[in-house]
Structure formats: structure tokens, C-alpha cells
Design a protein around this ligand. Structure first.
Ligand code: DO4
Ligand code: MG
Length: 280
């Protein structure tokens, strides 16, 4: 099943049928440990509505209201290599090698809801950066009690020159207006997501593909429950939280995003998140 936050209310998709939920409160709707079972119960009392599918073409909002967005770093070998390369002149490379092998993962605060955009919206690159990339990441939706209740697509926009200059600049490289995108909806399942799930990205510039790649979740060094449980150590999230799980795809060093680029991120079972790159 998938759930969508839209301008007209909360839409539930189940086996290709679309239902408008009786609830209008995204925070309480989402924050339920037994979300899958609750959705199954709710749709028994609702009528499918084919028009809702059209609504989903352009009225989807980011699936976030009061939640925070956190992110994991260096969870794939490709990210480890890219960070070591970009920070070798600053002497920061070792930190990335160490965190890849350490028991404690790298977790960082990424965005508030106000700095997060939904499908079709603009993601921003910083004016004070010359080297920017999108990071396509499976993103966990976690309830306030720490249960993984669903999965969505995240784009962890990143300024590689800023984080490469000094690892202490990470918050500025990662966290600024419209630096995070989430959506389109949240996949809610009875069983955990398959490790064979593929994440893919395509970047188009004036309709030409300038970068594309894909990776399977099973290339991740850490497990999803492991990342979630570290996040909840000594930290509470009364409305639940989104946790990006790190990127396994980093474009070659000569690549940087340009204004007008279209970023398409697909994850099997969840859908496609498209955003346009802008600068303000
Ligand atoms: O430490 C740098 C950030 C790593 C990151 O965002 C990732 O691996 O996805
Ligand atoms: Mg990332």
C-alpha cells in the first residue's frame, strides 16, 4: 500500500485502487506502529475513487508536516570513496574511512519540514558552492516508538566542495533551504523492504540525460533497523521522523548540477521523485 499527502487530503493506494482517507491529520495518521493493519481496516469502509489517481499527477505534497528529516552518511562503499577523495587535501579523508568501519554510524540532522520540498518542486543549490550533487536515498519513515512503518524516496542535496574543504562544514553542505526532497508517497508494507530493491537516478539537462546510475539496497553496509535504533538513542521524535539511509551513487568528480536540471529518482515499489534544480 502507498499513502500520499495531497492538497485534497490523504490518499491511500492499495492494489491499484485509490481511497480518500477520513483523516485529515497527517501527523496522527502516520504515527502508528501498526500502520499497515490500520490502513487495511480503513479501506474496508471506503469507496475506491478513480479520480484520485488524476489528482496524484500534480497535487502531491511532501509527505511531512511536523517530522524532522535526519540522514545517514557513508553507508555504501561508493560514498566512502567519494568523500575520501573530495576531502583528501583538507586531511579529512580518514574520518570517512573510520566511520564506514565504526560501530556507530554517521547520522546528521538534515532538514525541517519547511526546508523539505515534495515532488515536482525546486531543490536548491547554494550560491556559495561550485560543486553540487543530488543523493538518491531510500528514506525510512519511523514512528515515535522507533518502528520502521514505511519507506519513501529522499534526495539529500549536497555541496561537495563545502564538505570537502573541511568535515566541520558538513551542516552547511547539507542543510539549507530546499536542500531535501521527499516523496512522492510512503510505501507501507507488512514485511520489510526487499534487499534487492533497486534505487536509480537520472539527471536531464535540456532533455538530454547527463548522468544516470542505479544500485541495489543490498550494497548498503548497515541494516535499516540498525540505523533507526542508533537515531533513537537518547533522542525522541514525538511525531515520528524521516531517516535518509545514505547514497550508493555519486556522480564522477567532473559533474556538478546546473540550474534547470531535472533530477529523477526511482525506487521500486515506491515510485519516482522528480525535482528541478534552482538557485535563489
Ligand atoms: O559525511 C558526509 C555525508 C555522507 C552522505 O550524505 C551519504 O553518504 O549519503
Ligand atoms: Mg547522503
Amino acid at each position: 500500500m502507498r499513502i500520499f499527502r495531497t492538497t485534497q487530503g490523504i490518499v491511500i493506494e492499495s492494489d491499484g485502487q485509490y481511497f480518500l482517507s477520513a483523516s485529515n491529520d497527517w501527523d496522527s495518521f502516520l504515527n502508528r506502529d501498526d500502520l499497515f493493519q490500520e490502513l487495511k481496516k480503513e479501506i474496508q469502509y471506503l469507496h475506491p475513487d478513480g479520480d484520485l489517481q488524476n489528482l496524484l499527477r500534480n497535487k502531491i505534497l511532501a509527505p511531512i508536516v511536523s517530522q524532522e528529516v535526519w540522514a545517514s552518511g557513508v553507508t555504501y562503499m561508493r560514498s566512502r570513496e567519494a568523500r575520501m577523495e573530495e576531502s583528501k587535501d583538507s586531511g579529512g579523508g580518514d574520518f570517512y574511512a573510520k566511520v564506514y568501519d565504526a560501530e556507530r554510524p554517521e547520522l546528521f540532522f538534515k532538514a525541517t519540514a519547511a526546508r523539505t520540498v515534495g515532488p515536482g518542486a525546486e531543490v536548491l543549490i547554494r550560491r556559495d558552492s561550485k560543486w553540487n550533487v543530488p543523493e538518491p536515498e531510500l528514506t525510512l519513515c519511523i514512528s515515535s516508538s522507533g518502528e520502521i512503518i514505511g519507506y519513501t524516496i529522499g534526495n539529500d542535496m549536497s555541496s561537495r566542495d563545502i564538505e570537502g574543504e573541511n568535515p566541520l562544514y558538513l551542516p552547511q553542505a547539507k542543510s539549507y533551504d530546499a536542500s531535501a526532497a521527499l516523496g512522492p508517497g510512503i510505501l507501507v508494507m507488512e514485511a520489510p523492504i526487499s534487499p534487492e530493491t533497486e534505487i536509480s537516478i537520472q539527471i536531464k539537462r535540456t532533455n538530454q540525460v547527463v548522468f544516470e546510475n542505479n544500485i541495489q539496497l543490498n550494497r548498503m553496509k548497515r541494516s535499516l533497523p540498525e540505523l533507526a535504533s542508533w537515531l533513537f538513542r537518547e533522542t525522541s521524535f514525538p511525531n515520528g521522523v524521516f531517516l535518509m539511509t545514505g547514497t550508493g551513487i555519486v556522480p564522477p568528480n567532473e559533474f556538478t548540477l546546473a540550474v534547470g536540471d531535472e533530477v529523477f529518482i526511482r525506487i521500486e515499489g515506491i515510485g519516482e521523485l522528480m525535482n528541478v534544480v534552482a538557485m535563489r
